[in-house]
Design a protein around this ligand. Structure first.
Ligand code: MN
Length: 323
């Protein structure tokens, strides 16, 4: 079993633009002595937007809620819409609407400008909005890769059924499912292309029971409880908390195939309620092989050295950022 190291949840929410009300649950710039980025590498930042109700916006055409044109360089942003819809447009012609359950995997690489707003349909009608945005680092060999945009629809995600392991007599009871956004669940491959080995699994439990997640023993590992409450390795965790597990004890050696790696267990126990009504539990599992390189980041840019970071700001200020 991979023990729990930390639970990140007790953070004050803040607005990103006027459309996204988020808690930054981890940030590679965190100077808290209990936080060490090498234990979440390659995951730089994790913003969680809990379900928040927005009124209809009658001024959508002129004042949509969200964030206007802004740059990114040196990493990838991964956006998941849990409730509501996000519209996106970028400087390399990528555009689309991230609808409920969809995932946008945007590679900023050598530089991109983009905007992120509530979609027009959602803005006009209002309602509950909830999302996650994750920043994934790029290794130096791919930091200046071409910007790219993967639009991944919920219907395109492979689904794995989760079988109850709590009772040997109920080995066929399905208690939930996992949608494989990235990485692999045994032989099932996720929908997203990644530059380094990463698992991103969107998990839902609907029936009381227990099940085990298996993550490579070389990966840094995090688990968001997005909705509901359950026991993770015997510890009760509720919605809005991001569990950080102990650092891996093994490191992949050069050339060793990902498939040959051993796994660590994460035990999920979803207790039955007294009245028999189960509020669903929704989880997001993140695991990734540490890149293990120096990080120099500030604002929307994440490079390897301070000089690369200064040059990026100079390029941006002199109009040489996106050519
Ligand atoms: Mn952005």
């Amino acid at each position: 079993m991979r023990p729990i190291k930390n639970i990140h949840g007790d953070k004050a929410p803040h607005w990103v633009g006027d459309g996204f009300y988020v808690k930054t649950l981890i940030n590679h710039l965190d100077d808290n002595p209990h936080f060490n980025y090498s234990h979440t590498d390659p995951f730089l930042l994790f913003d969680y937007g809990k379900p928040t109700t927005f009124d209809p916006n009658p001024n959508y055409k002129t004042q949509p809620h969200g964030v206007g044109q802004h740059p990114h360089k040196g990493f990838e942003t991964v956006t998941i819409a849990y409730e509501g819809e996000i519209s996106h447009a970028d400087s390399v012609g990528g555009q689309g609407i991230i609808q409920k359950g969809d995932v946008q995997w945007m590679t900023a690489g050598r530089g991109i400008m983009h905007e992120e707003f509530h979609s027009e349909a959602f803005g006009q009608r209002g309602g509950v909005f909830s999302m996650v945005q994750l920043w994934v680092n790029l290794p130096s060999a791919h930091k200046l890769t071409d910007p790219n945009y993967q639009s991944i629809k919920r219907a395109d995600l492979p689904i794995v059924e989760l079988i109850d392991s709590s009772n040997p007599n109920h080995q066929t009871t399905i208690i939930g499912k996992a949608a494989i956004i990235a990485g692999a669940w045994q032989e099932i491959r996720g929908a997203a292309n990644t530059f380094t080995p990463i698992n991103l699994w969107d998990i839902e439990l609907h029936t009381a029971g227990a099940t085990t997640l298996k993550v490579p023993n070389t990966h840094n590992t995090l688990l968001l409880v997005q909705e509901g409450e359950l026991l993770v390795n015997g510890t009760s965790v509720s919605a809005g908390n991001l569990i950080q597990f102990d650092a891996p004890t093994q490191h992949r050696t050069d050339g060793q195939a990902q498939q040959t790696l051993a796994t660590d267990n994460i035990e999920l126990h979803y207790p039955a309620t007294e009245n028999g009504k189960q509020a669903p539990v929704k989880l997001l599992l993140l695991s990734g092989e540490p890149i293990g390189e120096p990080v120099a980041g500030y604002g929307p840019f994440v490079m390897n050295t301070q000089e690369e970071l200064r040059q990026t700001f100079r390029d941006y200020q002199t109009g040489n950022f996106v050519k």
